[in-house]
Write a protein of this length. Structure first.
Length: 192
């Protein structure tokens, strides 16, 4: 199977960040230049495919699956920023790498960046929390059989967003493609 190699897919990464933020703003609501979109009320749900898929507005103050972080919220936000920077740097170095590896890293970058924006700025923009202490907007609500994960029992799949989906898909791709990831090498400085 031939795999195209080329420039990293920055357009995909940026497009996914924009899509993630637009959908979150539509769900949460916004007011710009006198035009107001009310969004949904917290907990409000709109069926998309019956009870199987719904748009349900929830805000996640913690990490994945709604797990709490307690007093470490600023550290979590700074970790998200660091992950975004590191993934962006690595994506930039993947020139000529396996195309699916580039896509996996682009998805991870988009997901980390999308959720960082929520945590860093939404609290301030909506007057709900200080800088770096906002909550992530989740809205994709999928019915799923009951399961237990990390000692917590779930009667339905946790509500998530596009950034979360990017991270999940990117991690699965990275695990499947781990042999194709090029090593991170330092650039040689002339004269050393």
């Amino acid at each position: 199977m031939s795999v195209q190699h080329g420039r990293p897919p920055w357009g995909l990464a940026v497009g996914l960040v924009i899509l993630d933020q637009l959908t979150k703003l539509l769900v949460k609501g916004f007011s710009i230049a006198g035009w107001t979109h009310p969004g949904l009320q917290p907990g409000q749900s709109i069926p998309v495919l019956g009870d199987w898929v719904r748009i349900t507005f929830v805000e996640n103050p913690g990490i994945a699956f709604g797990l709490p972080v307690g007093e470490g919220k600023v550290l979590l936000t700074l970790f998200s920023l660091g992950a975004s920077i590191a993934l962006g740097w690595y994506l930039g170095r993947l020139q000529g790498a396996h195309r699916w590896v580039q896509i996996a890293v682009a998805l991870l970058f988009a997901g980390a960046t999308g959720n960082f924006i929520d945590r860093a700025f939404y609290g301030v923009l909506y007057g709900e929390a200080p800088l770096l202490q906002g909550s992530v907007v989740d809205f994709i609500d999928v019915e799923f059989p009951d399961f237990t994960l990390f000692g917590r029992h779930y009667t339905r799949w946790p509500v998530f967003n596009i950034a979360d989906a990017c991270i999940t898909i990117g991690v699965v791709m990275a695990l499947l493609l781990h042999r194709h990831f090029p090593p991170v090498r330092r650039r040689r400085i002339p004269g050393t």
